[in-house]
Design a binder for this molecule. Structure first.
Ligand SMILES: Nc1ncnc2c1ncn2[C@@H]1O[C@H](COP(=O)(O)OP(=O)(O)OP(=O)(O)O)[C@@H](O)[C@H]1O
Ligand SMILES: [Mg+2]
Length: 508
């Protein structure tokens, strides 16, 4: 009786120890080896092996063994249905061989039992959710002082279920890890230099700067009109940098009011303000080890700019309502379509922050400044949307010329959207001039001067723009006879001549 309770205690201790070593790390081999070692030490079992079934080849492989040499491990390969181990895999039920010397099914593949006499063999399936993942096998020499086979099977069944759970967990972790790795690879490829379209000198200079800064941890300021690719470039810098494995966190600084923006950036401690029932992790914290992209940086309120400056200078920040400094291992990329120096002059943007951000500034050219890239971009987006909508649309040369000459105030985003719309709407195979939206011709008839005009577009007031339109209209209606056009407009010929010069209106 005492003996039996002593034995139970021993079993329990062994099981506890097995479950402890199985959760000690996430290393499959190490954990399983320790588990087998524990088992033989505590329960006086000679050899112990864990075999796992390869899901692809359906081969069994020894992943952990105690009491076997490397050589023996290598030899221990079984096919399903082969030998006792194979049988257990096939049937999913445990087997016991009292004396392997008398069992013809016992193949002794590992060659580790020269003296087969007197050794018993136990083999238990590793089962998880109805699927057999492998087996555990144990050699045992039974003598008077050992317990019964039933006891052993009971203990080993518990061990097998612990091992199966660990293996299952390990497998799903491996799979998730593989998926993560694959996603990372895809992102790295998607945001790479070859995917940035443009062969013009201006754009090539941008690419050169991008690859240079990607190799560093320097703060980058991206300047450029709307739709010129600021966010795309920011991601490219991140995914081509040593931080690619870390997160890329984008914050649109114009999207939130001051109080919320502050909390969004730095986070807040529980109870930092009424209603703050939980700790909030800010974007800087989320970006640890990666890159934070501060979009529309010019819109950050003045007060908050001081806090940003501190992160840039000291690389630390605090959550709202906390005084505990958090170290920021974060690369900062900021972007704006405003003239930041102008904002500084007007007292809306801190000069010290401006200089801190301006370590490396990359100016993205507008599409008007790199017209030679337009056909390339058209080609790229046409392919992309043809693929997406399973179409085979083409653009006539005339259309491409109109694209080349249009002023593209929304830059690449506008170009991409225009092409997508055209591809969706297209009925025939070829897109012609008539298919284009009206606003694209608007400038076509004033071709020769339009580029200089549009460079100054921001300076022209709306009134001036309308005046110019009306003059062109009047000239056209009066066969370009200036005196008649002037009369129609209610101004003198001299006044008209002056305006024609001012607005650089050309005649056919
Ligand atoms: N060089 C390029 N090659 C191909 N596509 C580009 C390129 N630059 C930008 N794009 C595409 O143009 C669109 C606009 O780019 P993005 O959003 O990066 O511009 P942005 O400068 O951040 O604009 P905004 O100031 O309006 O936020 C995106 O769809 C982007 O993929
Ligand atoms: Mg943007």
């Amino acid at each position: 009786m005492i003996e039996s309770s002593e034995k139970k205690n021993k079993e329990l201790a062994a099981l506890l120890e097995v479950s402890r070593v199985l959760t000690a790390s996430f290393d499959l081999d190490a954990n399983l080896n320790s588990a087998m070692k524990t088992l033989s030490e505590h329960l006086d079992m000679q050899r112990g092996c864990v075999y796992l079934l390869d899901p692809v080849t359906r081969d069994l492989r020894i992943v952990a063994a105690h009491g076997l040499t490397e050589e023996e491990i290598k030899r221990g390969k079984y096919r399903i249905g082969e030998g006792i181990v194979g049988r257990v895999i096939e049937t999913g039920s445990a087997m016991f061989v009292p004396n392997i010397g008398e069992e013809p099914k016992f193949l002794n593949r590992t060659g580790s039992r020269p003296e087969k006499q007197g050794i018993s063999f136990l083999c238990i399936p590793l089962e998880l959710k109805g699927e057999v993942l492998g087996v555990i096998s144990v050699d045992r020499i039974y003598s008077e002082r050992h317990g019964s086979v039933d006891d052993d099977i009971r203990v080993l069944t518990v061990v097998a279920s612990l091992v199966a759970q660990f293996v299952g967990l390990w497998k799903s972790y491996q799979e998730a890890d593989k998926e993560r790795e694959e996603l990372r690879r895809q992102l790295k490829e998607r945001f790479s230099i070859p995917n940035l379209i443009g062969e013009s000198e201006k754009f090539q200079a941008v690419l050169k700067a991008v690859s240079k800064v990607a190799a560093t941890d320097a703060t980058v300021l991206l300047l450029g009109e709307s739709g010129t690719g600021k966010e795309l470039i920011a991601r490219t810098i991140h995914y081509q940098s040593r931080r690619a494995k870390g997160p890329f966190v984008a914050v649109n600084c114009a999207a939130l009011p001051e109080s919320l923006l502050e909390m969004e950036l730095f986070g807040a401690e529980r109870g930092a303000f009424t209603g703050a029932t939980e700790r909030r992790i800010g974007r800087f914290e989320r970006a640890q080890g990666g890159t934070i992209f501060l979009d529309e940086i010019a819109e950050v309120p003045f007060q908050l700019q001081a806090k940003l400056l501190r992160v840039l200078q000291e690389k630390v920040f605090e959550r709202l309502g906390s005084s505990e400094p958090i170290k920021a291992d974060v690369r900062i990329i900021a972007a704006t379509n405003r003239d930041l120096m102008e904002e500084v002059k007007k007292g809306r943007f801190r000069e010290d922050l401006y200089w801190r951000l301006n370590v490396v500034a990359i100016l993205l050219p507008s599409l008007r400044q790199r017209r030679e890239d337009i056909p390339l971009l058209v080609d790229y987006y046409l392919r992309k949307f043809n693929k997406k909508y399973k179409k085979r649309i083409e653009f006539s040369q005339e259309v491409i010329n109109i694209f080349k000459n249009y002023h593209w105030p929304g830059n690449i985003r506008e170009l991409a959207n225009t092409i997508e719309r055209l591809v969706i709407m297209a009925e025939g195979k070829m897109i012609e001039k008539v298919d284009l939206p009206m606003n694209m011709f608007h400038t076509e008839e004033t071709n020769s001067i339009q580029s200089t005009l549009w460079q100054k577009a921001s300076l022209l007031s709306e009134v001036e723009r309308i005046e110019r339109e009306r003059i062109i209209q009047a000239l056209k209606e009066n066969n370009y006879i200036q005196s008649r056009a002037a009369k129609a407009l209610g101004i003198t010929t001299r006044q008209l001549g002056y305006r024609i010069k001012k607005y650089k209106i050309s005649f056919p």
